[in-house]
Design a binder for this molecule. Structure first.
Ligand code: ZN
Ligand code: ZN
Ligand code: FE
Length: 762
């Protein structure tokens, strides 16, 4: 028998996912001898066997890895050294080089762990931290790579004899599961009253359930931070939560034990069920059942037709829902608006003092804070609304080396992105970067990501907007490139779809600084990764009072109609307070230079105000979300409004004219559900008209649909179905959110193409 040796190097997501135990079991089953170990580049294997066996071994390595692993690259070299291994073993990790492995994400308990959790005979019965190689915490507890227990926040928990045996037994499903623990040796729960005093009780979870059942608001430490939990069927609890948290109308996320219970409250498709049950455990946006407000508090998601529901993401959540006292809980991020999540016990007890009635905490530290992800099925595919726990920090492809290029993101709802090799590591959602505590969290995540990946910054990219605070995170002395916001949106969508050449990008968005000094947001760009040309836009309108026009959409409506339909200034938004109306009109008449915007988001806001669907925006996107909620599915008509082209041949969507038709319908007592549908249909018809004319003019048939407005299901699905009829190739986001969370990634790709340009202006 001719025995030979091979040396295999694998990189990708291969640490913290049970890859070495998998290699061990596979090698043993093939009777291969040698060893496997973690390196900073991934996993290395030295294997000895016959040619034939080694070939099958490598084949199986590629195709049958553990559920959470993914191989980016595998290299096999023959090794002529004279080894003589008698068995196969897992040996100590080596460090010292440049880390190349990916950071593994956190996942929900697997089905094996759940059945042990519920089995009174199992030694981990009701253990709130049960996990195995296929599930549990990763990203939130890792301090540095390679991924070993000593580099995690589990390091301080010494393994008991039984756990240690499982950890070292290659046939055990917890073999080398770094966060392994049990009731004897793992972290422990404790329950504290409003002043932080520990509530002594024989059964902490049972006590917490009792408090929740009695309408208490409890701050609960989860995987990546604290949640605030309370009963979802209690107006009393919800009223308290809204007033204490200072959250007027933004919907609260809910948690239920399984998708059967979710179905009691919402209508769920197969795709949505799969998403709910996926190991990432995102909040899934689902359609409310008609009578749901009879069994749930109407204060959960006022004014909209959807609920955000997730299944448990930790064993503790399973235990808290194992009761007949309630079957659904509000589970909302425990932070004040514009502050990052609370992650440590003492910090939570100080910051949440005026919100929570009690604290359910534990003594495992959270190294990196992360929110829950939010996903919605649109056009029959999962679309990420907020990318965080379970998804981040999986890398996004760059298709070119972006080593050392750092994207600092936008202003609202942002992220940071770190380029390494041909991948871009886009952080999880970090919140609104306009507050100092949130900005400090940005800095921590950015440094942690660069450290853990071993990346040295070569160039920083940030938003063109002079008020972008994230720009301050760039190291002094490192070159900086300013990137136009909507170009970044466009290129992020192109990048995800591996597009490099010129593409028509429909960017319907909120606000972003344009290159002409006005505020953009309803743009059609002819873009590649280096530059762009603005080939279409929404007709710019004044924003009376600047930011106040975003907060109070009635002002936006008055502003949008003012230049062309001034005679209706006293008719539009009849609900408006007269003194406010006069004040807004006098600003518009005064001749003071006002900011102008082409934002599509603001056009939706104005429509919502005219129809009296929304008078005040209490969370981002609220007017548009509420407008979408009332759209009649049976109305297919649109307003007979043609698109214009300016002297440079750029297409124009006449927003004021569309709003004027909306107003006329309203005056004629047409049902707002029909008007909302006609408004959406007209935007779609105008978009299709402009895009098809420009596609022909420029002889390009690739079209990206991007920007935050495409989180609107009606707008996106109708644009897709109409544009598909024109035989255009459509692209949209599938890895990142179409909102501003993708900006940092777009910035990295654009900076790469402009790296030697001292001043990038789009
Ligand atoms: Zn498990
Ligand atoms: Zn143990
Ligand atoms: Fe944006």
């Amino acid at each position: 028998m001719n025995i030979k040796s091979i040396f295999i190097k694998i990189n990708g997501t291969v640490q913290g996912v049970g890859f070495r135990p998998f290699v061990f079991r596979l090698a043993t089953s093939f009777k291969i001898t040698g060893k496997v170990w973690n390196t900073e580049q991934g996993v290395s294997i030295l294997a000895q066997g016959t040619d034939e066996i080694l070939t099958s071994f490598v084949e199986q390595l590629k195709t049958s890895g553990p559920p959470l692993s993914s191989i980016k690259e595998i290299t096999v070299e023959s090794d002529i050294s004279d080894y003589n291994y008698s068995d196969f073993s897992i040996v100590k990790s080596t460090g010292g080089g440049k880390p190349q492995v990916d950071i593994t994400r956190d996942t929900a308990p697997c089905s094996h762990c759940i059945s042990e959790l519920n089995n009174p005979a199992d030694r981990r019965y009701h253990h709130p931290f049960i996990n195995c190689t296929d599930c549990g915490p990763r990203f939130t507890i890792i301090k540095s790579l390679p991924y070993d227990r000593k580099e995690t926040t589990m390091a301080e928990f010494a393994l008991c004899k039984e756990c240690s045996e499982e950890f070292t037994d290659p046939s055990n499903r917890r073999f080398h599961a770094q966060p392994v623990c049990c009731n004897k040796c793992g972290p422990v729960l404790s329950l504290h009253d409003v002043d932080g005093k520990q509530i002594d009780s024989g059964n902490t979870v049972a006590e917490a359930i009792k408090l929740l059942a009695d309408n208490a608001i409890i701050a609960i430490k989860g995987l990546g931070g604290f949640h605030l939990a309370c009963r979802a069927d209690s107006d009393k609890a919800l009223n308290l939560l809204r007033s204490r948290k200072g959250r007027e109308e933004k919907p609260f996320a809910l948690m239920v034990k399984d998708s059967f219970i979710a179905e009691k409250y919402t209508i769920i498709s197969d795709k949505e069920k799969k998403l709910l049950e996926s190991c990432e455990r995102p909040v899934v946006i689902l359609q409310k059942r008609d009578a749901v407000e009879n069994i749930l508090s109407p204060l959960i998601a006022p004014g909209i037709n959807t609920l955000g529901i997730m299944l448990p993401s930790t064993p503790l959540h399973y235990l808290l829902l194992d009761t007949d006292k309630y079957d659904i809980l509000v589970m909302t991020s425990a932070n004040y608006t514009s502050e990052p999540l609370c992650s440590e016990n003492e910090d939570a007890m100080i910051r949440l003092h005026t919100i929570a009635d009690a604290y359910l905490v534990h003594n495992r530290r959270i190294h990196i804070r992360i929110d829950d992800s939010i996903v919605r099925v649109i056009d029959n595919s999962p679309v990420i609304i907020r990318r965080a726990r379970g998804y981040a920090p999986s890398p996004v492809p760059a298709d070119t080396s972006v080593e050392g290029i750092i994207g600092l993101g936008g202003i609202m709802k942002s992220t940071v992105a770190v380029g390494r090799g041909e991948s871009c590591y886009v952080s999880h959602y970090l919140g609104d970067a306009s507050s100092i505590p949130v900005l400090n969290n940005y800095e921590q995540v950015l440094r942690h990501t660069m450290d853990i990946l071993g990346v040295k910054p070569r160039v920083y990219a940030h938003d063109l907007h002079p008020g972008a605070l994230t720009a301050n995170l760039a190291d002094k002395g490192v070159p900086v490139i300013k990137v136009q916001h909507h170009h970044a949106h466009a290129v992020a969508c192109m990048g995800e779809n591996h597009l490099k050449g010129k593409t028509i990008c429909v960017v319907y968005d909120g606000l972003g600084m344009g290159t002409d000094g006005t505020i953009w947001g309803g743009e059609i760009l002819l873009a590649d990764r280096k530059s762009f040309e603005r080939i279409g836009y929404c007709k710019p309108v004044p924003m009376p009072g600047g930011d106040a026009a975003t907060l109070f959409p009635g002002r936006m409506a008055l502003g949008a109609l003012f230049n062309d339909y001034r005679q209706y200034s006293d008719t539009v938004c009849g609900w408006m307070d007269e003194s406010e109306r006069r004040a807004v009109i006098s600003i518009l008449e005064s001749g003071i230079p006002l900011p102008y915007t082409s934002s599509m988001g603001r056009l939706f806001d104005a429509c919502a105000a005219i129809l009296d669907i929304n008078r005040k925006q209490t969370y981002e996107g609220q007017p548009a979300i509420e407008l979408e909620s009332i759209v009649s599915k049976k109305e297919f008509a649109s307003y007979d409004i043609q698109v214009d082209f300016d002297i440079s041949g750029r297409g124009i969507i006449n927003g004021p004219k569309i709003l004027f038709y909306v107003l006329m319908d309203l005056i004629n007592n047409i049902d707002p559900a029909l008007i909302a549908a006609r408004f959406h249909n007209t935007i779609v018809a105008n978009t299709v008209s402009i895009v098809t004319q420009l596609a022909e003019k420029y002889d390009i048939n690739s079209v990206c649909l991007c920007g935050g407005c495409f989180q609107n299901k009606v707008l996106f699905e109708n644009c897709v179905s109409e544009l598909k009829k024109k035989e255009l190739h459509l692209y949209s986001h599938h890895l990142l959110s179409s909102g501003d969370e993708c900006i940092s990634y777009g910035q990295v790709l654009i900076a790469k193409e402009n790296i030697n340009v001292s001043c990038y202006t789009g």
